[in-house]
Design a protein around this ligand. Structure first.
Ligand code: COI
Length: 356
């Protein structure tokens, strides 16, 4: 394994005073991890350095054709002082799935988990401790060759930055209002919908903007071909509780394979719930709502954690869900998942990794 050099900052920044006002993703810690890739040499020069601007050639490929992948993970400070990561191996495995699709050289997953542990350890005093807060970790890779031809890059940077955060949505654990997008599509099978790459989020901005103008938090995407089947919500996977079945769209190449999604399925099944991964049409959800069989809906994501959905709007049809309140399954999932992540509950699944 490569050695990781550490250069500590001589100018530590002031940490946020009021942890109740952190919001999401605007404050960054004192250090970042960087590693270079050069064709013929592989990934090299792993280092932790003071956080600061990058120097990029204006022709750097990532700026023109979006050869970029990223991940989202969190470090949590437990009440007993332990610093915990949640399934970091899954994030690095997914990063390599994205890498493969975007012609980015694969990373050494174990090494990158170690690098993230080391960065979090260097910046551990930045991990907030107030209820519901954590340190959001954003690993990303960009192609940096100065070349405006469309080709996979031969020179890349793997970077990790960290940000102390509160809830992603201003609603916190209060149910969000979601609007079913009918004009735009996010991804199609054969495209990049299953990867975490900037382009998927660029494709979502217009719809997101229009939803916000109508006072909705995010959009629910339908499949890009028939515009019929539910895919995912802006920054989260989605689950519907209809009768006694918990249904989430199956992974067919156009949606993200969420780690919170996977963990939620495992937890729900371990409690005896029937969880089905399958195609689910918006008509089926609307029919269940009309017949009083749509009991709950919620989103799952690293940033969003478990986010109950209190209202769904599809065209002119407005569907209130569980009277706009958090349902018992969403609440149980939230309590247990966050209990494991913050070290309040015993981690019987072996999902947490302690950062020393
Ligand atoms: C995450 O949940 O970590 C994400 O990457 C979503 C993000 C776009 C905020």
């Amino acid at each position: 394994m490569q050695e990781i050099k550490v250069e500590l900052t001589k100018h530590p920044k002031e940490k946020p005073q009021d942890q109740s006002k952190l919001g999401f993703g605007t404050i960054f810690t004192d250090h970042m991890f960087i590693m270079n890739y050069d064709k013929g040499q592989g990934w090299h020069d792993a280092r932790i350095v003071p956080y600061g601007p990058l120097s990029l050639d204006p022709a750097a490929m990532c700026l023109h054709y979006g050869q970029e992948v990223f991940e989202g993970m969190k470090a949590y400070k437990a009440a007993d002082g332990r610093v915990l990561l949640f399934r970091p191996d899954k994030n690095m495995a997914r990063l390599n799935v994205s890498n493969e699709r975007l012609c980015i050289p694969l990373i050494d997953e174990d090494f990158c988990v170690k690098a993230i542990e080391k960065l979090v350890s260097v910046d551990k005093d930045w991990i907030p401790t107030a209820e519901g807060t954590s340190l959001y970790i954003r690993p990303f890779i960009i192609g940096v060759d100065p070349h405006v031809g469309v080709h996979p890059a031969s020179h890349l940077l793997f970077i990790v930055i960290c940000s102390p955060v509160g809830a992603y949505y201003p609603e916190g654990l209060n149910p969000v209002r979601i609007y079913v997008e009918q004009n735009y599509v996010r991804a199609v099978r054969g495209g990049m919908g299953f990867t975490k790459t900037a382009g998927n989020y660029a494709a979502s901005l217009k719809a997101q903007d229009e939803a916000e103008k109508q006072n909705y938090t995010q959009v629910l995407w339908l499949d890009g071909v028939e515009r019929k089947y539910i895919e995912e919500v802006g920054t989260m996977n989605v689950f519907f509780v209809i009768d006694n079945e918990i249904i989430t769209p199956s992974l067919q190449g156009s949606i993200l394979s969420g780690i919170t999604r996977m963990s939620s399925i495992e937890l729900l099944r371990s409690w005896g719930y029937k969880v089905t991964e399958r195609q689910l049409s918006i008509e089926e959800v609307a029919k269940a709502a009309d017949e009083g069989r749509l009991n709950e809906a919620f989103g799952t994501g690293t940033a969003a954690v478990i986010s109950p959905i209190g209202e769904l709007k599809w065209g002119d049809k407005v569907m209130p869900i569980n009277n706009g309140e958090i349902g018992p399954i969403s609440q149980k999932l939230y309590d247990n998942l966050t209990g494991i992540q913050w070290g309040r509950l015993e981690d019987t699944h072996g999902w947490t990794v302690e950062v020393k």
